[in-house]
Design a protein around this ligand. Structure first.
Ligand SMILES: [Zn+2]
Length: 218
C-alpha cells in the first residue's frame, strides 16, 4: 500500500468504527496500516474522531518516526503495532479500541469464544485469546502479545487484559470489518448469558472451516 492509499483507508476505517457504533464513549483508538514492507502509517494521538491525514505519522518497524510526530503516550503503543507486522507478514493493518462488549471480556480476563457464525466468514475460527495485563508498551506486555500469537496461530485478534482489544487484517477495511463482528460476538455472548449461555458449534464445524480457510490461502 502507498502512504496516500494507507491514509485514505485509515480515515475511512476510523469513521466506519464510529458509524458501526463499536467505539467506546471516549472515542479512543489507534489504527495503523503497513506502507511498503517495513513501515507503517499510524494515528499520532489517542482520539480518532474526525481523523485527518495530518494526524498520522510514518514510522518504521523498528519504531523510528520517519515523518510527523507522535504524542508522548503514543510511543508506548507503537511497539504493540510493529510487533504484529513483524510477526505476521500477511497483516496490512492493526486496530486497537476499547469497544464495550470486547472490553467486558478483557476486563474479566476471559477469552472470547468462537460461537458466532459471522466470525467464521471473517476468518476467526478460534477463540480470541486474552493477554494478561502488563504496563502499556512494557517489554512484558509486548512479550505477552507475541506469546498469544504464537499459541493461537490462526487468531486475527487478541484481547488485552483489563484494557481493550487489538485486531488485525489484510488492510484497514478488513481489520475494521473483523472488529465489528468481534464486537457483535462479544455483545451476543453477554446477552446469551441471560438465557443460560451461548452454545458451541456442532462437533467438527470449526475444524472444517479452518481446513477450507487453509485451502483458500494456498
Ligand atoms: Zn487502549
Amino acid at each position: 500500500m502507498t502512504e496516500e492509499d494507507a491514509a485514505a483507508a485509515l480515515i475511512q476505517a476510523a469513521q466506519g468504527l464510529f458509524e458501526a457504533g463499536v467505539m467506546s464513549a471516549s472515542g479512543h483508538a489507534n489504527l495503523s496500516a503497513r506502507v511498503e514492507r517495513e513501515q507503517m502509517l499510524i494515528t499520532a494521538q489517542g482520539g480518532v474522531r474526525g481523523l485527518q491525514s495530518s494526524q498520522l505519522a510514518l514510522v518504521n518497524l523498528d519504531g523510528k518516526v520517519i515523518r510527523g510526530s507522535l504524542e508522548p503516550t503514543m510511543r508506548e503503543i507503537v511497539d504493540m503495532h510493529t510487533l504484529i507486522y513483524r510477526q505476521r507478514d500477511s497483516v496490512g493493518a492493526v486496530i486497537h479500541t476499547h469497544s464495550p462488549g470486547l472490553l467486558a471480556f478483557a476486563m474479566a480476563n476471559r477469552d472470547l469464544p468462537c460461537r458466532y457464525e459471522a466470525l467464521l466468514r471473517f476468518g476467526q475460527a478460534e477463540p480470541v485469546p486474552v493477554v494478561t495485563w502488563a504496563p502499556r508498551g512494557s517489554h512484558r506486555s509486548v512479550e505477552g502479545i507475541a506469546e498469544a500469537l504464537g499459541r493461537s496461530a490462526g487468531t486475527m485478534a487478541v484481547l488485552l487484559g483489563n484494557h481493550g482489544v487489538l485486531v488485525f487484517g489484510p488492510d484497514p477495511a478488513g481489520a475494521r470489518a473483523l472488529l465489528v463482528v468481534l464486537e457483535e460476538a462479544a455483545r451476543g455472548e453477554l446477552a446469551a448469558a441471560e438465557l443460560g449461555g451461548s452454545v458451541e458449534f456442532p462437533d467438527g464445524a470449526l475444524e472444517e472451516v479452518r481446513r477450507s480457510m487453509a485451502r483458500a490461502r494456498q
